[in-house]
Design a protein around this ligand. Structure first.
Ligand code: ZN
Length: 263
């Protein structure tokens, strides 16, 4: 991976499991307190800090890669999968973000600076820009960092909101939204996990309603472009679908809005 030695050194130590996380410091008899300093919910192992902690999950999800941390593989496999990608820029974004999570964790512990997932992402993006600009031979330079092929920026002055929902086997529903400006910079990102059993279509419609309610209740100004991959929801909005449960949600959405929907 093309990155400064400090980042490579960090990734090597992480892969070798010699990063001084709290669980490792306890194993060495240096520290008794092993709780994760970000969430205070679990022991701070490398797996927890970089994969399971909700703060690092929010960080990864806010990336332009829109990364969902896998629940079925270990940290080493996850790292090896991303760092060996042919897409050098994706590998860079991944590796440098892990490093920034570690830096953010250290700044919280030693300088009492708040850990803000969106700030972590922005500082990772800035860092990659600067590094690649100074190292013209890096293959990643030519690609526009904030515009992966699947995402096209909104017009200047507008914000783009991407929303998605997923139904899991344990009868829970996850929803996520990311709002970006036309440079691809993240303005806001959120996820939620609810214990409820829903059809995928209804989950998508409720996720859309959740986004619109967020726009309403936070008094957002300006123009939003909302992208959903749910054809049923979009067709219901356009009056082309007659799926009763989804239609009911969409009906509530449209009549609770104070602004017109342009499709
Ligand atoms: Zn945690």
């Amino acid at each position: 991976m093309k990155a400064p030695p400090s980042v490579q050194n960090f990734l090597w130590r992480l892969a070798k499991d010699i990063l001084p996380t709290r669980s490792r410091l306890r194993r060495k008899g240096v520290l008794n307190d092993t709780i994760c300093p970000l969430c205070f919910e679990e022991e701070e192992t490398p797996e927890h800090l970089f994969m399971c902690c909700r703060f690092s999950q929010q960080t990864c999800f806010s990336l332009t890669l829109g990364l969902h941390v896998p629940s079925h593989c270990c940290l080493k496999l996850w790292m090896s999968d991303w760092l060996n990608k042919k897409d050098h820029l994706a590998a860079q974004i991944f590796g440098i973000t892990l490093w920034k999570i570690w830096q953010g964790r250290n700044q919280l512990l030693f300088q009492h600076q708040q850990f803000n997932p969106i700030q972590i992402v922005l500082s990772a993006v800035d860092f990659i820009y600067e590094f690649n600009a100074a190292n013209i031979t890096v293959a990643a330079v030519s690609r526009v960092i904030n515009s992966p092929a699947s995402w096209s920026p909104p017009p200047s002055g507008a914000l783009q909101l991407n929303v998605d929902a997923a139904c899991f086997k344990d009868e829970s529903v996850g929803s996520g939204m990311v709002i970006r400006d036309n440079r691809g910079a993240v303005e806001f990102a959120a996820t939620k996990l609810e214990k409820r059993q829903l059809s995928p279509n209804l989950a998508e419609a409720l996720a859309l309603r959740w986004c619109l309610q967020w726009i309403l209740t936070t008094n957002q100004e300006g123009k939003f472009i909302i992208e959903s991959d749910s054809e049923v929801t979009v067709n219901c909005l356009k009056g082309r679908n007659l799926l009763a449960d989804v239609d009911n949600v969409i009906f509530v959405v449209i009549f609770s809005l104070s602004f017109p929907i342009v499709m």
